[in-house]
Design a protein around this ligand. Structure first.
Ligand SMILES: [Zn+2]
Length: 209
């Protein structure tokens, strides 16, 4: 086995620390960071004070379709795409930066993080393996996470057509951020149609460079 350069090893440790602090799980760390499993586990324990949780990533694409999850997922994926295309970031750096931006945005509104890092990463993989797509809402122009191969014609998003119980669940109302539309402007809609979405949407647009 060849000896790794010290500098490279330091970078890998820094990357692992950054990912652990964002909430990455062990499987993800093993896939993305060039450090042994033992060292990753030790790092994790030192940073978090507990052993990394065991078990596989349990999610299916259905989770991303529920009302609140879809709003958060769509907000995150729009940021991720922005980082990839406009900020010229690699996949992993785009993931880290857009997840940070998403968390900061949600926290600045006093809302709760709905999309954790593992779900964000799993979603990116679902997009990469052509299981999810972004569909453009024909009413507001925002781009939302949808099942791949669903018809893109006449798609109406969860903000423009929320389910009747949307926003009534505890905490759901204030946790709903907005999605930037393609034009960068959100069309105003009646409050009944867009629960608490517009102020958050404007905040999101302001946060994007
Ligand atoms: Zn819409």
């Amino acid at each position: 086995m060849t000896r790794k350069s010290v500098l490279r090893e330091v970078r890998e440790v820094q990357l692992a620390i950054e990912l652990i602090e964002l909430g990455a799980r062990l499987q993800f760390l093993e896939a993305e960071v060039d450090l042994s499993r033992e060292r990753l586990i030790r790092l994790y324990k030192e940073l978090k004070g507990v052993s990394p949780p065991k078990g596989l990533l349990p999610f299916s694409t259905d989770w991303y379709m529920t009302w609140l999850a879809n709003i958060h997922s769509s907000m995150f994926y729009n940021m991720y795409q922005f980082m990839l295309t406009h900020a010229n970031e690699s996949g992993l750096q785009a993931l880290i930066k857009s997840y940070r931006l998403y968390s900061e945005q949600i926290e600045s509104q006093g809302s709760e993080i709905v999309l954790d890092f593992t779900r964000a990463y799993t979603m990116v993989r679902f997009f990469d393996s052509d299981m999810l797509q972004l569909s453009t809402c024909c009413r507001c122009g925002g781009k939302f996470v949808a099942h791949a191969h669903d018809s893109k014609n006449g798609y109406v998003c969860v903000l423009c057509r929320p389910p009747s119980r949307a926003g009534k669940a505890r905490g759901a109302k204030r946790a709903a951020p907005g999605i930037p539309s393609e034009s960068g402007l959100q069309k105003p809609a009646s409050p009944a149609d867009r629960p608490e979405a517009a102020p958050a949407g404007r905040a999101l647009q302001a946060a994007l460079p």
